[in-house]
Design a protein around this ligand. Structure first.
Ligand code: HEM
Ligand code: HEM
Length: 184
């Protein structure tokens, strides 16, 4: 298999594939961590793990910067399905994915800022508070964080189901070209 750095009209290159899968693992990890934390007893361990949750969310937004820039300067491969409407929907779902992910991250960040100010990201640097202490905004942002993350997970379910339908029912290369198989 030939090494390809860039995307082309029919395949994804090294950078897009790696950003996609690395970020998928990080985001799903952060989702599961938050669910476990929800039922965790209060104390230093819970605070520590919430620090990891917030830091991981910041890591995702940092990775989103090269990912979106790369998407802007690169081609995106053409969809492989024959149904035009479905291809259009898949394009908008991809846009929506980025949008809802940003809502999840910034609502979390605003909530955390309004409630407890700046915080350390993996002990490496300080993430600034996006707004000043404000219990009303904190409550609204918390609600938005909780709701948007479930919208995100629903979209993820559709996204995964669609890629499995392409792979097992349409039997095309949609999943393989994002993974490491034959991308043609
Ligand atoms: C990939 C990004 C993120 C995902 C998938 C995610 C996911 C979640 C989930 C599933 C919950 C539990 C919600 C509930 O059941 O009500 C949660 C709670 C929370 N998240 Fe995030 N989050 C992300 C990013 C962030 C960021 C960037 C911050 C802050 C900087 C943050 C701060 C919080 C806080 C403080 C809570 C606790 C809310 C409460 O007290 O109920 N999250 N997150
Ligand atoms: C948090 C998890 C995920 C997010 C945020 C995500 C997001 C995206 C986005 C935005 C694209 C469009 C291409 C791009 O801009 O990079 C894409 C493509 C793709 N994703 Fe995901 N994805 C996730 C997880 C998964 C998983 C778990 C699977 C499979 C089981 C998967 C399969 C694919 C496939 C096959 C494509 C290529 C679609 C095409 O060629 O039209 N993704 N993903």
């Amino acid at each position: 298999m030939k090494f390809k750095f860039l995307n082309s009209a029919d395949s994804y290159g090294f950078v897009t594939k790696h950003l996609h899968w690395i970020m998928a693992v990080i985001i799903i990890f952060n989702f599961i961590l938050a669910l476990i934390l929800d039922d965790f007893p209060r104390g230093p361990m819970r605070s520590f793990l919430f620090g990891i949750h917030k830091s991981t969310g910041i890591l995702v937004v940092i990775l989103l910067i090269p990912r979106l820039l790369w998407r802007l300067i690169n081609t995106t491969p053409n969809p492989l399905g024959d149904i035009k409407t479905l291809n259009k929907i898949s394009k908008y779902i991809h846009y929506f994915f980025y949008f809802i992910l940003l809502v999840v991250i910034f609502s979390g960040w605003i909530y955390s800022s309004a409630r407890s100010g700046p915080f350390e990201v993996f002990g490496l640097f300080t993430a600034p508070a996006l707004i000043e202490n404000n219990p009303v905004v904190a409550n609204i942002a918390k609600e938005i964080h909780g709701i948007s993350v479930y919208i995100f997970i629903t979209v993820l379910g559709i996204h995964v189901a669609a890629s499995l339908v392409h792979h097992y029912i349409f039997k095309d290369k949609t999943l393989k070209r994002m993974w490491y198989g034959d991308s043609k």
